[in-house]
Design a protein around this ligand. Structure first.
Ligand code: HXC
Ligand code: NAP
Length: 282
């Protein structure tokens, strides 16, 4: 429903843009006219995504880089800006995560996730942010967090700590860098079926339970998230700054609410139960 030329002014870097939600955003943003640069560690998903975008008539390029290493990020940005145009926007999407009891985590396990999610976001943000400040043309940062960035979550402690940090970075820079014309926002997704996330975070049985925890009764479609990202990076959203938009079918609200478990009962049964508890008149 967007105008097909909505993002023609944009050249967008997406970290982790070769798979899952990153790929969905890359394809959607390119389809709306943006030039899209993607980076990640494995070349195969990156080349496949760029080929798909080019076959659909879009402009895209890839570079292999580990977001934990600022020098690799700088080299990748140099290469991609040479092939495309100077970046106007950054989507911090690359992440690492796995389920583990916190007491069993080795220092390297905690470090691996925090380095990718928090330091990786910091590294990409600082590299492009400094270029934008020097160029004087502004820029846009969009970071993908999760709903547990503010709630915390059991069994994903490194990710919860790192995503909370990314949310704090988003809000801090929204104020500090507004003077340079740089906006900073975030998206907090609930569960979206991607190979990267679901293979590490859920068994098939857990997925059925997980679906019931979402009030709208289903998982997200990556295209829905990509459309939200497109809006936030578009000229329609220039007054949105420092915001974190939740896209989770109402999941986090349901699970935080004391009596939400009654929504899992057939409604007629819940009504009968509540009626039976109502004091009789007279
Ligand atoms: C315990 C683990 C572990 C696990 C790795 N480690 N997996 N510990 N349980 N399942 C430990 C290792 O033993 C090692 O510690 C340390 O972590 C580093 O492991 P490496 O394999 O060397 O790390 P690396 O190659 O850098 O890989 C990083 C990774 C990996 C995070 C571990 O999973 C990865 O590359 N992930 C990228 C993609 C991803 O995770 N996508 C999902 C995003 S989903 P020792 O001490 O043994 O050396 C997401 C959604 C959230 O974020 C919200 C959902 C609703
Ligand atoms: P995914 O497909 O595993 O995406 C993660 C991407 O990050 C991969 O392309 C991976 O590529 C890249 N990456 C990981 N470590 C990297 C590193 N060190 N350097 C460069 N790139 C790296 O999972 P996804 O579900 O699409 O997740 C995308 C984003 O959405 C993440 O921020 C995640 O936390 C967030 N999210 C997802 C869900 C969900 O339900 N899917 C829910 C909430 C939030 P390489 O491995 O090739 O490097």
């Amino acid at each position: 429903m967007y105008q097909p030329d909505m993002l023609t002014q944009q050249t967008i870097l997406i970290t982790g843009g070769g798979t899952g939600l990153g790929r969905a955003m890359a394809e959607r943003l390119a389809g709306l006219g943006a030039r899209v640069g993607i980076l990640g560690r494995r070349t195969e998903p990156l080349t496949a995504t760029v080929e798909a975008i080019q076959q659909a008539g879009g402009r895209a390029a890839w570079a292999s880089a580990d977001v934990r290493d600022p020098e690799q990020i700088a080299a990748a940005i140099d290469q991609l800006e040479e092939e495309l145009e100077p970046f106007t926007s950054l989507v911090n999407n690359a992440a690492g995560n796995f389920l583990a009891p916190s007491e069993d985590l080795s220092p390297k396990a905690f470090d691996a996730v925090v380095q990718i999610v928090l330091y990786g976001t910091y590294n990409a943000t600082m590299d492009l942010g400094r270029r934008w400040i020097e160029r004087g043309d502004g820029g846009q940062i969009l970071s993908i967090v999760t709903t547990y960035a503010w709630m915390g979550s059991s069994f994903v402690l490194p990710s919860a700590c790192a995503k909370a940090g990314v949310l704090a970075m988003t809000r801090s820079l929204a104020v500090e860098w507004a003077t340079y014309g740089i906006r900073s926002n975030a998206i907090a997704p609930g569960p979206f079926p991607t190979e990267g996330a679901f293979s590490r975070l859920a068994t098939p049985e857990m997925l059925e339970v997980g679906k019931k925890a979402v009030p709208v009764g289903r998982f997200g479609d990556p295209g829905e998230l990509a459309d939200l990202a497109a809006y936030l990076l578009s000229p329609m959203a220039t007054y949105v700054n420092g915001e974190c938009v939740v896209i989770d079918g109402g999941e986090w609200l349901k699970n935080g609410q004391e009596f939400s478990k009654y929504t899992d009962m057939p409604r007629a049964q819940a009504k009968a139960l509540m009626q039976s508890m109502k004091p009789k008149k007279g």
